[in-house]
Design a protein around this ligand. Structure first.
Ligand SMILES: Cc1cc2nc3c(=O)[nH]c(=O)nc-3n(C[C@H](O)[C@H](O)[C@H](O)COP(=O)(O)OP(=O)(O)OC[C@H]3O[C@@H](n4cnc5c(N)ncnc54)[C@H](O)[C@@H]3O)c2cc1C
Length: 491
């Protein structure tokens, strides 16, 4: 089957009837629900873009000869990596980088784990085959995915088996002839319920001990599997038009708690079954974390470009662009953009073939970028807030502009240096939705946490960093200084 269109994405969702709960009710049709239909439409546009820009977004499947999504490509050359990145950035440009879960993010994971699958064979040869087969299946059917990695926040100072109710978190209940039964809760599936399937994988950061083996699972199942429920947080799409809420009306992905009630997973969909050692190494040893970081850094470059454009337009709109500190704040955003671009360039230029024949970006460069961006993104948001000041609150809705009594009044009263009130307010509403609306706040929280706790990511970055080069440099320096001192003493 070739890559899907937006219409096919929507039809599949209608047919699958995923079990999703929102605002205290079961959602009958996610494609029509007021809190979800905006993002469903945006996802559909992403899939449509595959056919609007086939040269960039599609490639020929090695197994069927059909045209499939470029973001499933196993890169074998640096040019392939660049092609993947261009496709990622095409998608990101459609949303200003505001949809963290455009399909490319998890397509990268499925590709990497499907190819570099020998780790899964440590437990059972079939699991490695399953990972490869799943990659082919996802690619050939253009499967849209959500994923869940985290145990519920009951008591973080204890391991899962030590929790007061050790059955809350998703765990293995039974191994059967035809598959496994799992039960319990997982967090936090972005786009849970508006995709075809869910990947259940271990955390990228948290490591588990052997006693947590029953919680150490990896598998993939359809989102309409019996016993599976998505319990979504309230939607930040309030049904407003896209002039008033330019981002939340279109890109509100939703985040869901996932409940598995004695869910059956057939063996052919299992990748890890009760093995903490394999789980702890999954993202790193399959290089999935590298290919996912490549997607994240590529996407966040576009996001920073978008944010910079908004900041520059705001400066111009209210005539603050000549002030020293305002220029300096613009420079801060530009420095982030240029630094991220340099990381990406180094990552691609220093890419090497791994042992599975996949052209793999330089992880040193990507790891620095992915560990840094969650720390710097809140500053970018703060800059927009500081520049916008009252302009981020003096934002009437479009309906106000059409009101006979006040329309003209605000059009004139809220004019900018070179723009009328209507244009200026639209721009400032975009900045508000990016940073201060419920959607904007969630964006900041997302960038901070989605890849794992930045504090522990930072700790592991420090631990694995090659420090000897620098301590050795200082040791040599001191040795020479000491030798020189002795020399002068002896003269
Ligand atoms: C908007 C959003 C979308 C997300 N989407 C997804 C998704 O699609 N799929 C998915 O699987 N996950 C998703 N996540 C979850 C994300 O992976 C986690 O938020 C992240 O890994 C941190 O884990 P946690 O939330 O359980 O925080 P916790 O581990 O509970 O941490 C809470 C606080 O306690 C501190 N802390 C806890 N334990 C320790 C420790 N051992 N040492 C030091 N400090 C500690 C942390 O530093 C942090 O400050 C999403 C998160 C957000 C916010």
């Amino acid at each position: 089957m070739p890559a899907k269109t937006g219409r096919e994405y929507i039809e599949r969702l209608k047919k699958s009837q995923n079990n999703i709960f929102l605002h205290g009710e079961k959602v009958e049709d996610v494609t029509e629900h007021p809190g979800l239909k905006g993002v469903v439409k945006s996802m559909a546009s992403l899939y449509d873009l595959q056919y609007e820009k086939p040269n960039k977004m599609l490639y020929t499947s090695p197994s069927t000869g059909q045209k499939v999504g470029m973001t499933f490509l196993q890169p074998k050359t640096i040019e392939d990596l660049q092609k993947r990145r261009e496709a990622i950035q095409e998608w990101a440009r459609m949303t200003g980088g505001m949809m963290g879960r455009s399909p490319d993010y998890l397509n990268a994971e499925v590709m990497a784990m499907g190819i570099a699958n020998d780790l899964f064979a440590e437990e059972d040869k079939r699991f490695a085959e399953n990972a490869y087969n799943y990659y082919e299946f996802a690619r050939e059917h253009d499967i849209s995915l959500t994923h869940t990695l985290i145990h519920p926040q009951v008591n973080r100072s204890k391991a899962q088996h030590e929790q007061k109710d050790a059955n809350v978190a998703l765990h293995l209940v039974e191994k059967r002839e035809d598959g496994i039964i799992v039960d319990g809760i997982r967090l936090l599936a972005t786009q849970g319920g508006i995709t075809d399937e869910i990947l259940v994988f271990p955390s990228t950061v948290k490591k588990e001990g052997e006693k947590d083996d029953p919680y150490s699972l990896a598998f993939a199942i359809p989102n309409n599997t019996e016993g599976l429920k998505f319990i979504s947080r309230e939607s930040f799409d309030y049904g407003k038009n896209s002039w008033d809420h330019p981002l939340s009306s279109r890109f509100e992905e939703g985040d869901a708690i996932v409940s598995f009630e004695n869910v059956f997973v057939p063996w052919e969909r299992v990748f890890v079954c009760g093995n903490s050692s394999v789980c702890n190494r999954t993202f790193r040893e399959t290089n999935a974390v590298i290919h996912m970081s490549h997607q994240v850094v590529s996407k966040n470059i576009v996001k920073t470009e978008f944010l910079l454009g908004v900041a520059l337009r705001m400066m111009d709109a209210i005539g603050i662009d000549g002030f020293q500190h305002v220029k300096d704040k613009g420079t801060e955003i530009i420095l982030v953009l240029e630094t991220m671009r340099s990381h990406l360039f180094r990552a691609e230029q220093n890419a090497k073939l791994d042992k599975w024949g996949t052209m793999t970006p330089d992880y040193n460069a990507l790891d620095a970028a992915r560990t840094w961006y969650p720390r710097i993104y809140p500053r970018l948001v703060e800059i927009l807030r500081v520049l916008g000041a009252s302009g981020l609150m003096g934002i009437p809705t479009e309906a106000d502009f059409h009101n006979e009594e006040i329309g003209e009044l605000i059009h004139r009263g809220l004019q900018g240096k070179n723009v009328e009130g209507y244009e200026r307010v639209q721009l400032f509403r975009l900045a508000w939705d990016m940073t201060m609306s419920a959607f904007g706040s969630r964006q900041m929280h997302y960038e901070y946490y989605f890849f794992g706790d930045p504090v522990r990511m930072g700790m592991s970055y420090f631990d694995q960093y090659n420090k000897e080069t620098y301590t050795g440099y200082v040791d040599e320096f001191l040795k020479k200084a000491k030798a020189d001192a002795l020399h002068y003493t002896n003269v």
